[in-house]
Design a protein around this ligand. Structure first.
Ligand SMILES: C[S@@+](CC[C@H](N)C(=O)[O-])C[C@H]1O[C@@H](n2cnc3c(N)ncnc32)[C@H](O)[C@@H]1O
Ligand code: SF4
Length: 403
């Protein structure tokens, strides 16, 4: 059985948290059928058989070694992400969730999301994931247009995407559909057609990402022709208008939901909550009374599996300095359309509110944030529409001064 929290984490540290934040669990499953040319996630093209049992053994060993860091805390949400988690058999997901439940108390009604790819879709599979304890499916559709899917190097076609979404809607009360926009050669009319198909399924949640060219991807080497910024911004207006008309409210930069269907797991990230991240390349953030700890696991699946079994799954960990925490908090919380109570800053960073006042004042002067009920217990900060559109300028104000 695990020991108590390692003593070095209980020594005096840089901050003073009155209470620990909610704790979520992220599990990374790193394989895909094929690597997409735009993707910089820690995903690896599957070569040969999926090492399902060996990987699960490693995940369970990783979890077991992590228990001292989260002793006595409840899990508010679980997210099984990738890669393509739906490549794993439902029996493997069942074993994983049983192993989690045996080691960590889950809050009653805990949200358990699994990412699925239409290329791994079979009719009975989604229901079997549900039987295994998954409560929410997130389907990576990207587009409902065959030519666009081909340009994105996806393994599935539009018919498979439709079939997968229809099945998710049948099998799950809450689910998400991932789309991307500003695709190679895309016009607003084509995007409007995509949205019409997506919205016809009445998704409880929609994530729509602006396609970005990430370094270290095939698209960075051979960039496709993409819509320019003006066109992309016109597309975003179209997205806002069409989603709102069908009852999906934008609550974060890329996230839209019907009432009662926001993603609790992602909301915990955006509220600077804690998360234990297990699996190859997984990131974690864990708080202790006087410090915040960030962890990363070994990225290569084979290395991760070997090290996790030895109890050494973590490749790097560090404690962000006091000066870095305001930026870390704001990079998350300012993504929320409704903003956040300012007391959350103190609760989650363990710093006094005064640590963020100067950049917040600057942001207000530049019309990037609204600041309500100043000086009261209900003090609230919200990005203005301008701040929301220029989020990188807004968060840049919180970059710590050098020296
Ligand atoms: C971690 S991926 C996993 C989803 C799943 N493997 C799939 O692609 O079907 C989550 C989502 O991030 C988005 N995404 C990935 N790379 C992106 C990029 N370069 N630009 C914008 N969005 C991206 C896609 O919408 C994707 O569904
Ligand atoms: S399927 Fe998803 S995770 Fe895998 S390579 Fe494509 S975008 Fe990345």
């Amino acid at each position: 059985m695990a020991d108590a929290v390692p003593i070095r984490l209980l020594r005096p540290g840089a901050v003073a948290l009155q209470a620990l934040p909610p704790l979520a669990l992220y599990v990374h499953l790193p394989w895909c059928l094929k690597k997409c040319p735009y993707c910089d996630f820690n995903s690896h093209e599957l070569q040969g058989e999926l090492a399902e049992t060996a990987y699960l053994d490693a995940l369970i060993a990783d979890l077991e070694s992590s228990l001292p860091l989260v002793w006595g805390r409840r899990i508010v949400s679980v997210f099984i992400g990738g890669g393509t988690p739906s490549l794993f058999e439902p029996e493997a997901i069942d074993r994983l969730l049983a192993a989690v439940r045996a080691r960590l108390p889950l809050e009653p009604g805990c949200e358990v999301t699994l990412e699925a790819n239409p290329g791994t879709f079979e009719r009975e599979r989604f229901r079997a994931f549900r039987e295994a304890g998954v409560t929410r499916l997130s389907i990576g559709v990207q587009s409902f247009d065959d030519a666009a899917l081909h340009a994105l190097g996806r393994v599935h076609d539009a018919a498979q995407a439709r079939a997968a979404v229809a099945e998710a809607a049948e099998a799950f009360e809450t689910w998400n559909l991932d789309l991307m926009y500003a695709l190679p050669g895309q016009t607003p009319a084509q995007l409007a057609a995509e949205l019409e198909v997506a919205l016809s399924f009445r998704p409880p949640h929609l994530s729509i990402y602006h396609l970005t060219i990430e370094p270290n991807t095939l698209f960075a080497v051979q960039p496709p022709e993409l819509p320019d910024d003006d066109l992309a911004s016109e597309m975003l207006d179209l997205i806002a208008e069409r989603t709102a008309a069908t009852g999906l409210a934008r609550y974060e930069v890329s996230a839209f939901a019907r009432e009662g269907h926001r993603c609790l797991h992602n909301l915990n990230y955006w509220s600077f909550g804690d998360y234990l991240g297990i699996g190859a390349g997984a990131h974690g953030k864990l708080s202790f009374p006087e410090r915040v700890l960030r962890q990363v696991r070994w990225r290569e699946p084979a290395t991760y599996m070997a090290r996790a079994l030895e109890g050494r799954a973590v490749s790097n960990q560090h404690e962000p300095a006091r000066a870095e925490l305001p930026l870390e908090f704001m990079m998350n919380a300012l993504r929320l359309k409704d903003g956040f109570p300012l007391r959350l800053f103190a609760e989650r960073t363990g710093l006094p509110v005064s640590a963020a006042l100067v950049p917040l004042q600057r942001a207000r002067e530049r019309g990037l944030v609204d600041w309500r009920d100043e000086g009261t217990a209900d003090e609230w900060v919200q990005p203005t529409p301008r701040g929301f559109d220029f989020l990188s300028d807004l968060t840049a104000l919180f970059v710590p001064a050098r020296g």
